[in-house]
Each structure stands twice: as structure tokens, then as C-alpha cells.
Design a protein around this ligand. Structure first.
Ligand SMILES: Nc1ncnc2c1ncn2[C@@H]1O[C@H](COP(=O)(O)OP(=O)(O)OP(=O)(O)O)[C@@H](O)[C@H]1O
Ligand SMILES: [Mg+2]
Length: 242
């Protein structure tokens, strides 16, 4: 795979945001975000509704150009480049709502994702090995699968792009805890393969056990960043009013 070999930039964090300000229309919603995700790490991006988690994802993926600040990918300044270009550099995002095509089968969804970088056969093999359930359901319409199965399909599609960076937004939404754990096991395995993972979750306690590092956002600012245990302590004293 393209990203498994060590590269000269490998010592630099894969994602590095500094001083990011970004607006939706006239309204600034990110007020100077600093955040790094090393290779092979899972960083949890936490915070209540409207904190700015999805907006951070959009900035990293190139969908929303920042008003100021810099974005580095593997040490290279990529501030202001488009989503197509970030995708080419190995940034892959699974948006809120998963982004699978409900009226296509599992196989067709994989086929759409395969693009020119990976052949369909290879992609199917990788997908069905990692998620045997998808193999059993290859001809089923994605929209008729369970939430967990759809999330697995979304991940399988993302892996088809051979990503260096995975941006996962509210992965646990609508899933039973036991299914979240299965999906998280896959995330942990992907991180172990060297992929840098930024995981936005509103429900901190779900994401913290998986994370190597956690960043707590509120009102478009980083209010705490550190080891998951520290952030958990911070959460129970302030954010949750505990
Ligand atoms: N397209 C948009 N146009 C205008 N304002 C927006 C847009 N998208 C987000 N916002 C605003 O930006 C702020 C941050 O939103 P964002 O979606 O990043 O929060 P979030 O942390 O992902 O929240 P949630 O947990 O609900 O997904 C909110 O105040 C939101 O209303
Ligand atoms: Mg969001």
C-alpha cells in the first residue's frame, strides 16, 4: 500500500493545524484551533453540539478554506488546497450520516469507491476479509442494512482509497454500544497500520477509551487537550457539570 513505507516527512505529525480560524458565511465559528494528529494515532475531537467538530473536519478535508492559520499534511503546508487535492494526498473522510449510497448494493458501493487507485476485486477482497458480514451481504441494497453494517461499508469504502488520514465524524451515531465497539476495533487496527485518525464524537465516554489523545472543543475553541484520562477528568468536572 502506498502509505505503509516510511517517508521523509514521517517524523512530522500527519495533520497539523495551527491558529485555524474559519467562518460559515459572515460568522466565525473556529477561533484559532491548534491540533495535531501523529501517524498511527487516534485523536478524539470532543465537544457539545455546535462546538465546531464538523467544521474542523471540513477545514482538514479542504471543503472549507480557513480565514487564517495553517494546515500541514505530513509536514507540507497545504493551506487553501481543494478537497480533491487533499483526497489525492490521502485524506479520506466519512461524514456525519456515513455517505453510503442507500439505493446501491454493497458491491456497487465498493465499485463506486474503487476509482482508479484500487481495483474492485482487490477492494472487495480487502473489504470482505475485514468485514465478513459485508461479504455475506454483497448483493443487498446498502439502505436496507443495519446502521452498524452501513458504517462498516462506509469504512470499507474509505479503505479503498488507501488513506493516510481518516476523518470520522460521529461514527457512533445511532449504533448500539456493542456495534460501536466492533467498529472501534477496526479503527484501532487501522491506526496500528499507521493511519492518522481524527475521530469527532459528541459522546466523549464512547470515544475516550479508543483515543491516544483527546481535544475538547467548546464554542469554536480548544478548551482542553491532553491524555484521554485528563480530558475525562476535565469533562466530569466542567462540561458535564459533574
Ligand atoms: N453550513 C453552515 N452555515 C452556517 N453555519 C454553520 C454551518 N455549518 C455549521 N454552522 C455553525 O457552526 C457552528 C459549529 O458547527 P459544527 O457543525 O462544526 O458543530 P459540531 O461540533 O460538529 O456539532 P454537532 O455535535 O451537532 O455535530 C455551529 O454554531 C453551527 O450552527
Ligand atoms: Mg458535527
Amino acid at each position: 500500500m502506498t502509505h505503509s513505507a516510511p517517508t521523509p516527512g514521517a517524523v512530522a505529525p500527519v495533520i497539523e493545524l495551527s491558529g485555524i480560524r474559519a467562518s460559515h458565511g459572515e460568522i466565525e465559528v473556529l477561533h484559532g484551533i491548534d491540533l495535531t494528529v501523529p501517524s498511527g494515532a487516534v485523536v478524539a475531537l470532543l465537544g457539545p453540539n455546535g462546538a465546531g467538530k464538523t467544521t474542523v473536519m471540513k477545514v482538514v478535508s479542504g471543503l472549507l478554506p480557513p480565514a487564517s492559520g495553517t494546515i500541514r499534511l505530513a509536514g507540507r503546508d497545504v493551506t487553501g488546497i481543494t478537497a480533491t487535492e487533499t483526497a489525492r494526498l490521502g485524506v479520506c473522510s466519512i461524514p456525519e450520516g456515513r455517505g453510503v449510497f442507500a439505493n446501491l448494493t454493497v458491491r456497487e458501493n465498493l465499485w463506486v469507491a474503487a476509482g482508479h487507485r484500487v481495483g474492485l476485486e482487490e477492494l472487495e477482497e480487502v473489504a470482505y476479509t475485514r468485514f465478513p458480514r459485508l461479504g455475506e451481504r454483497r448483493d443487498q441494497l446498502a439502505g436496507s442494512m443495519s446502521g452498524g453494517e452501513q458504517q462498516m461499508l462506509a469504512l470499507a469504502r474509505a479503505l479503498g482509497t488507501d488513506p493516510a488520514v481518516l476523518l470520522l465524524d460521529e461514527l457512533s451515531m445511532g449504533l448500539a454500544l456493542v456495534v460501536v465497539r466492533q467498529v472501534y476495533d477496526v479503527i484501532a487496527a487501522l491506526a496500528a497500520e499507521g493511519i492518522a485518525i481524527l475521530l469527532a464524537e459528541q459522546f466523549a465516554r464512547i470515544a475516550l477509551p479508543l483515543a491516544d489523545h483527546a481535544v475538547l472543543l467548546a464554542g469554536g475553541r480548544v478548551v482542553h487537550a491532553g491524555a484521554p484520562a485528563d480530558v475525562e477528568r476535565e469533562l466530569s468536572t466542567t462540561y458535564l457539570g459533574g
